[in-house]
Design a protein around this ligand. Sequence first.
Ligand code: S3P
Length: 174
Amino acid sequence: MSKEYLKSVFLTGFMGAGKSTAGQLTADLLNIPFFDLDERIVQREKRSIASIFAEDGEEYFRNCETDLLGELKDEPAAVYATGGGIVAREVNREAMASLGKIVYLSASWPTLQERLRSSVDRPLVAQEKNWDELKTLWGERQTFYSEADIIVSVDGLTPMEIAQNIHDGLIIKE
Ligand code: S3P
């Protein structure tokens, strides 16, 4: 049995960066549990993220994210996949930094665009796909994403290669 990583790990990055897939594999390598924060919000709210946005608005969803992060200090170390917008609030960045390491999964715009083309359930990626707006949002978030402890480029890599790179980056920085 390999030893458990002792800090939590927050995978950040734009929608379509592959946080959930790489997150589960990273958690397996670090021998700690994996959670998807969006999934936790969906379970708690008993409705989809699209429904939360439609019924109560984005601000309400953002408050759910902040509340949830505030509760994690009582939980054992885990790998968390975060929603792409979690980095926009300073209080969220501080909460993640205080609990462990922040890893930015960096993907090029063409890669993200390709992956988001088939996305139907993300409220910010509307049916008609306003690529200019999405690219602007991606650009606006770069400063926040780049504040991460570790940056892993995901273009052209398999989920397992990404997880291995995250793992190696974390162990080197230990
Ligand atoms: C969002 C990303 C989504 C989800 C919500 C808002 C964002 O998560 O939290 O739709 O603002 O970028 P993923 O990054 O997992 O798609």
